[in-house]
Ligand binder design. Structure first.
Ligand SMILES: [Zn+2]
Length: 247
């Protein structure tokens, strides 16, 4: 791929403006993420764009090809699981990938100012924020401090899951990912317009902690090429220690 470089840095000119053309097609950006995740899952990451030369090359400007709105879970490090480097991903992470004004503003900055063509909502199995919201709803007790804001933001997804008769945690996570995509588009006319004009796509993805693979959950526009790229083939594994203490 034209954007990929060998480990150790970007060959050729050092100025950001002289780099390979930025990825501007949502489907290409998605394919790039999928490719990187396959490398990560297979245990053969290339660690692109992490060398000193590339660091210098992107110092004058950034052209990230994807925004990641992900859960803060420490095992969900975006550049690692998508095998990318400096300047590639514009990352916004909150517990349970909840969305507030600062998140919306950050996404809009990337999409409108930086021209980033893809927004990914990245959730994961056994999400602790979703679990906490489910427990709060079941017991009728609210968590203390600002954790309540996280739980409150997840509760609409729980209500939707109940209405759809979904009660397993990972099924609820999928609904919460889809709900977050809808929240982004519903609360950001700027983002919705970018999608309407074909400048951007929004994809919800779920990550499996034990395997390292992502799979698409939802996409806007529906049926767009963004979902045509095969997701990583994730074998089923029994629940284990890796599924505990999730954020
Ligand atoms: Zn989480």
């Amino acid at each position: 791929m034209s954007r990929s470089v060998m480990p150790g840095g970007q060959p050729g000119p050092q100025r950001a403006t002289d780099q390979a053309p930025a990825l501007t097609e949502p489907s290409r950006a998605y394919a790039e993420l999928a490719d990187g995740n396959r490398r990560f899952v297979s245990g053969a990451p290339r660690h692109p764009n992490q060398g000193a030369e590339h660091r210098a090359a992107v110092a004058d400007g950034q052209h990230p090809f994807a925004v990641i709105v992900g859960c803060s879970d420490s095992r969900l490090a975006a550049e690692i699981i998508f095998d990318r480097g400096l300047g590639d991903l514009f990352v916004v992470r909150t517990a349970g990938h909840i969305v507030g004004p600062e998140v919306l503003g950050s996404v809009e900055y990337a999409v409108t100012v930086l021209g980033t063509p893809l927004v990914v909502v990245l959730g994961h199995d056994s999400c602790g924020a979703v679990q906490a919201a489910r427990e709060a709803a079941a017991t009728g007790t609210a968590p203390v401090g600002h954790l309540r804001a996280v739980v409150d933001a997840v509760l609409p997804s729980l209500r939707r899951a109940t209405a759809e008769d979904v009660d397993d945690i990972d099924g609820i996570v999928d609904i919460h990912i889809a709900q977050t995509v809808e929240t982004l588009l519903g609360q950001s006319p700027v983002l919705a317009e970018a999608v309407e004009q074909g400048r951007c796509a929004v994809v919800g993805m779920s990550y499996r902690l034990a395997i390292g693979g992502v799979r698409p959950v939802t996409a806007v526009p529906v049926g767009a090429a963004t979902l045509d790229v095969p997701s990583v083939d994730v074998p089923s594994v029994p629940d284990g220690p890796a599924a505990t203490a999730a954020a």
